[in-house]
Design a protein around this ligand. Structure first.
Ligand code: NAD
Ligand code: UDP
Length: 312
């Protein structure tokens, strides 16, 4: 039985990961300051002797004995990471620094949840791991984008200087149950708006694109990445290469919910990337992995989930 620490384990992705790891018979220690995560997300694990939730802020050090660490703690939606930008940068950088220190002391493996945001408004398309990114270092998204870029740099330096076994994944837009209905990300916004017959808010002209990955596919990729050979550090893209404009997404949500909502157009947020789509050649070859859930099928599940949340 492994002892596995998941920072940010009470959040959207973390809660699915904790469930998977506990179901596989691991002892899971979830640390979270409950900023965007919640006890409800891990409710089904409470009381399970294999699971422990500890309220802790990763901007402070944390010591325990572990074999593996998944470092997920960081708000991920623009409204939440911009709410207290300085805190976001501290979480991304100090949090990763503390988790790397813990990995070093334990000789543990650590998987870093990085992001497609490191590519910024990408110059090449689709994005490959070798691309360096086109990121505004002084904009409203910089606390998150540059925080995550610095965290990647720290991981690589711990690998080179201290031989810590690091695994960097660059996660592309992911969706599924346990997302907050009000977290401002596009799928939760559109689905909740559609279910409430409220206006669907497209920012800009709706021609910007994203690639959406269902949570189950991501979790499979994360677990496979953690199990790769010692010297494979990544970074590796984990995302679904299907690419959709926000207008296409809005129409799909309207059709699947049968909603009477109207589409309205609102100003585009600062530094909103025009396009995003992962090249997953590396993940296919290294992890024998590719996403299997089509956007429409994933949307049906998430619509069902939000129907339940809204009826409470
Ligand atoms: P989330 O906001 O649901 O989860 C983040 C979790 O971290 C929450 O439980 C929150 O309470 C916790 N947290 C935040 N600051 C903390 C701190 N200082 N100390 C301890 N805990 C803290 O977001 P998510 O979508 O589950 O994202 C998880 C990770 O994956 C993040 O690191 C994010 O950057 C990365 N990621 C997510 C996506 C996506 O599409 N969901 C895409 C790219 C990268
Ligand atoms: N978006 C939108 N309407 C919304 C929320 C988001 O049109 O109500 C757009 C947003 O401008 C961006 C895309 O959807 O172009 C994805 O936004 P999200 O915040 O989900 O993720 P990110 O921008 O971080 O990829």
């Amino acid at each position: 039985m492994k002892r596995i620490l998941v920072s940010g384990g009470a959040g959207f992705i973390g809660s699915h990961l904790c469930t998977r790891l506990v179901n596989e018979g691991n002892r899971v220690i979830c640390i979270d300051n409950l900023f965007t995560g919640s006890k409800e997300n891990v409710e089904q694990l409470m009381g399970n002797p294999l699971f422990e939730l500890i309220e802790h802020d990763v901007i402070n050090p944390f010591w325990t004995d572990v074999d593996e660490i998944y470092n997920l703690a960081c708000p991920a939606s623009p409204i939440h990471y911009q709410y207290d930008a300085i805190k976001t940068a501290k979480t991304a950088v100090f949090g990763t620094y503390h988790m790397l220190g813990l990995a070093k002391r334990n000789k543990a493996r650590i998987l870093q949840a990085s992001t497609s945001e490191v590519y910024g408004d990408p110059i090449s398309h689709p994005q490959q791991e070798k691309d360096w990114g086109n990121v505004n270092p002084v904009g409203l998204r910089s606390c998150y984008d540059e925080g995550k870029r610095c965290a990647e740099a720290l991981c690589m330096d711990y690998y080179r200087q201290h031989k810590v076994q690091i695994k960097i994944i660059r996660i592309f837009n992911t969706y599924g149950p346990n997302m907050l209905p009000n977290d401002g990300r596009v799928i939760s916004n559109f689905v909740v708006q559609a279910l409430q017959n409220k206006d669907i808010t497209i920012y800009g002209d709706g021609q910007q694109t994203r690639s959406f990955q269902y949570i189950d596919d991501l979790i499979e990729g994360m677990v496979r990445m953690m199990a790769t050979e010692d010297d494979f550090t990544g970074p590796i893209n984990l995302g679904n290469p299907g690419e959709f404009s926000m207008l296409e997404l809005a129409n799909m949500v309207l059709e699947l919910t049968g909603s009477k909502s109207k589409i309205i157009f609102q100003p585009l947020p600062h530094d909103d990337p025009r396009q995003r789509k992962p090249d997953i050649t590396l993940a296919k070859s290294k992890l024998d992995w590719e996403p299997i859930v089509h956007l429409e099928d994933g949307l049906v599940k998430v619509i069902e989930y939000f129907r339940g949340v809204l009826s409470k």
